[in-house]
Design a protein around this ligand. Structure first.
Ligand code: G4P
Length: 532
């Protein structure tokens, strides 16, 4: 393949994650994107919540039982001349650390906000990870067909709670029953609101009005029309200009309004989004930046999923391709083990199907069979290159349990099981400084992971456990790992533990206690992410 053809393939790729608080409309928006790409024919096929008709990531029994998605998956489809990879993240409240890690593989993020609610708790946490990575963040303010909060207030909310500046690309006229349409600030036209049946494919013929068209005034009604003119003036005077460089550095978020359910504003959003985002960019490694086009194949592992096929007890490692072209029959080099290997059963998810693939490009995500050699953050290169991509941070768990093993005869299986599950990154395990291996504390990002742990230990390792909930909600890594945590002051109600590598950590019941410990222990540094 010539470099030119390779460049074309890579430049048409857009790889992004959609983040939102549960119920803001992420699934509905994803589905509408897929409809536009012609990848699916009916709405409701991405995730049939109630009847679980089909769920793309329905791999684990537990997901089927509960009708929710525990793990993230990737959806690829073509739209116009673009090849789009959507990194899907669990929409349920009980999402896991995978959700954070998935953001490490994305080049940009779409943040869906419910117009009646504004920024919600889950959005804040996910958003922090995007900010840490300086990736572009696009905001889609959804559900304008329902009564919404004041649009200026919503922008203010994003700016103050999330600390990012905003630039509305379009602006709504009314909301709920009085939702009339959306004004495009660049084209200076209004597209009138039309509801498309929930299951319908594409939007019906849409009508655009020039801002001074008398028909628009009639459509909107005098009140809303005058309000629109006032708001446009205010926006033009006060909001930040749309500086693409700032967008690309994650400093300014372009904001769009719409209604995913009625498909209104979705296509406009998608078109602007695709124009404003970049194809895969060079990625940092310990040997400098790796160019996506001119460097040969390289990738890093961001997720490991066990037992997708229960009969075989296999593991699938998901890797994001960062440079070049992947070809299934070529040898690759696993930097961390120093081994040359072939990636077996490489597969990709194209809308609804999992397909075995023979080639893929920078920007794509592939899942490969993992014979137990990969860890989260590992780098894969072509033989001859040995660079490593920056590791994936360990994110702070927010829920903690003490694990009590019920059958002490199965100690070996228990230790093996819990260690393996921790290696996959679904849970984090800690030990008390005083208790040794007899007491294991498990920390998770989403509480559902406790059920997953219990289920898997029983089903895969034959070990019954009881989980005793602990009151801690905050964990901090001690900046200097040589600190003697037993000597710290103000440690009543604070638990000191160590991770499997022996790094000291502190568990807190509330945020306030973190501040007290910091105040009383001069020079102590506490970290929210652990860089690996
Ligand atoms: P999530 O993935 O972020 O959790 O949200 P999801 O898309 O599942 O949407 C949550 C609920 O909000 C769904 O209703 C969905 O139909 C509704 N919704 C999404 N976008 C819009 C919108 O633009 N306008 C309105 N009015 N509603 C919207 P549900 O009743 O909980 O589920 P379902 O039974 O309809 O699937």
């Amino acid at each position: 393949m010539s470099e030119n053809d390779l460049r074309k393939q890579i430049e048409k790729r857009r790889t992004f994650a959609i983040i939102s608080h549960p119920d803001a409309g992420k699934t509905t928006l994803t589905e509408k994107f897929l409809l536009y790409g012609g990848a699916i024919n009916t709405a409701g096929s991405v995730k049939g919540k109630a009847n679980s008709k089909y769920a793309v990531s329905d791999w684990m029994e537990i997901e089927k039982e509960r009708g929710i998605s525990v793990t993230s998956s990737v959806l690829q489809f073509n739209y116009n001349d673009y090849c789009i990879n959507i990194l899907d993240t669990p929409g349920h409240q009980d999402f896991s650390e995978d959700t954070y890690r998935t953001l490490m593989a994305a080049d940009s993020a779409v943040m869906v906000i419910d117009a009646s609610k504004g920024v919600e708790a889950q959005t804040i946490k996910l958003f922090k990870v995007c900010v840490m990575r300086h990736i572009p963040i696009f905001t889609f303010i959804n559900k304008m067909d329902r009564d919404a909060r004041d649009s200026f207030e919503l922008l203010d909310d994003i700016e103050t709670v999330l600390g990012i500046r905003t630039c509305p690309v379009n602006w709504p006229i009314g909301s709920g029953k009085r939702f009339k349409g959306i004004y495009d600030r660049d084209a200076k036209t209004v597209r009138s609101f039309q509801s498309v049946a929930t299951g319908g494919a594409k939007a019906a013929a849409e009508t655009d009005y020039a801002i001074d068209d008398p028909a628009l005034k009639e459509l909107a009604g005098e009140d809303l029309y005058d309000q629109l003119l006032e708001e446009i003036e205010l926006l033009d005077g006060a909001s930040d200009p749309l500086d693409l460089e700032q967008v690309q550095n994650g400093e300014l978020s372009p904001v769009f309004f719409g209604s995913a359910l009625t498909t209104f504003g979705v296509e406009t959003f998608l078109n602007y989004f695709l124009q404003m985002t970049t194809p895969p960019l060079p990625r940092h490694s310990n040997e400098g930046d790796i160019d996506p086009v001119t460097s040969p194949f390289s990738a890093f592992v961001f997720k490991i999923q066990a037992n997708m096929n229960k009969a075989h007890r296999d593991r699938i490692a998901f890797m994001r391709i960062c440079s070049g072209k992947f070809e299934a029959d070529h040898d690759v080099y696993h930097v961390q083990s120093g081994r040359k290997l072939k990636l077996s059963q490489p597969q990709q998810i194209m809308a609804q199907d999992r397909q075995v693939i023979s080639e893929a490009y920078a920007g794509d995500v592939i899942g490969v069979f993992d014979p137990g050699i990969f860890s989260i953050g590992d780098t894969i290169t072509m033989p001859g290159s040995k660079f490593e991509y920056e590791g994936i941070p360990t994110f702070a768990p927010e829920h903690f349990c003490r694990v009590v093993q019920l059958n002490s005869m199965k100690r070996k299986q228990f230790v093996k099981g819990i260690t393996q599950i921790a290696q996959e990154g679904a849970i984090q395990i800690f030990q008390e400084f005083t208790a040794g291996m007899s007491e294991i504390i498990v920390g998770v990002v989403g509480v559902l992971q406790f059920d997953v742990l219990k289920y898997r230990l029983e089903n895969e390792y034959g070990c019954e456990i009881r989980l005793e909930s602990l009151p801690y909600e905050y964990i901090r890594w001690v900046g200097d790992p040589t600190t003697d945590v037993t000597k710290l002051k103000r440690m009543n109600n604070v638990k000191a533990v160590k991770d499997m590598k022996g790094n000291p950590l502190l568990l807190f019941v509330n945020d306030w206690m973190i501040r007290m410990v910091l105040e009383d222990n001069e020079g102590l540094e506490l970290l929210e992410f652990k860089k690996n």
